[in-house]
Design a protein. Structure first.
Length: 201
């Protein structure tokens, strides 16, 4: 009869696997403890730690469907009219967090966690057109970036082209964008009316 003892893991090998698994778990727990210590609670005012930033970039890259990043802009080279529309579109919907010039330094942007990226910076420059399109259409979970799936694909591609244009934005363009910025993000008149009905002051 054939001896099957060779097919069974040796005790020493089994102990080595257990030790390796324990080391991995201990490493994960230690990393989480270091993150919790440096995260300063759950404040949205804090800057993300280096570990959070690295993990967020890695997980976002892994979560993007295959082929999404490789998509090409089917409407390259905006006409003057299309650029004007994309500029107004960005000012009306995106600038409240990203700012008209794309630097993310707005009241909302600077009080979000994580803060919106500088869309003129290398992080955005390195992303493909397809990746930017996917992010605009689908948003990013566990961040302040919403999904703008109601815009037409053409409108979204025009926003991608506008983001590429941000480093060359002129003072005249920024001044014109201010006309399309939301006047307020807080519905004070509605709140006042509600408080009045409730008998509040």
């Amino acid at each position: 009869m054939a001896n099957n003892n060779n097919s069974r893991p040796r005790p020493s090998r089994r102990l080595a696997w257990i030790a390796l698994a324990a080391a991995v778990v201990a490493g994960i727990l230690a990393s989480l403890a270091l993150w919790a210590r440096g995260a300063r609670g759950f404040s949205a005012r804090a800057q993300p730690t280096g570990m959070e930033t690295w993990m967020a970039h890695m997980m976002r890259a892994m979560a993007m469907p295959a082929g999404a990043s490789a998509r090409r802009d089917p409407y390259p080279g905006l006409t003057a009219a299309q650029m004007r529309f994309a500029t107004e579109h960005f000012a009306a919907h995106c600038a409240v967090c990203h700012n008209n010039n794309g630097d993310g330094k707005t009241m909302l942007g600077e009080n979000m966690y994580p803060h919106p990226p500088d869309l003129r910076g290398p992080g955005t420059r390195r992303k493909s057109d397809g990746a930017l399109y996917y992010i605009i259409r689908n948003g990013i979970r566990m961040s302040g970036m919403p999904a703008w799936g109601d815009d037409t694909p053409k409108e979204t591609w025009e926003l991608v082209d506008f983001i590429r244009h941000l480093p060359r934005l002129t003072p005249a363009e920024i001044a014109r964008m201010r006309k399309y910025n939301p006047k307020t993000i807080f519905p004070e008149p509605l709140m006042d009316a509600t408080m009045s009905k409730m008998g509040g002051e």
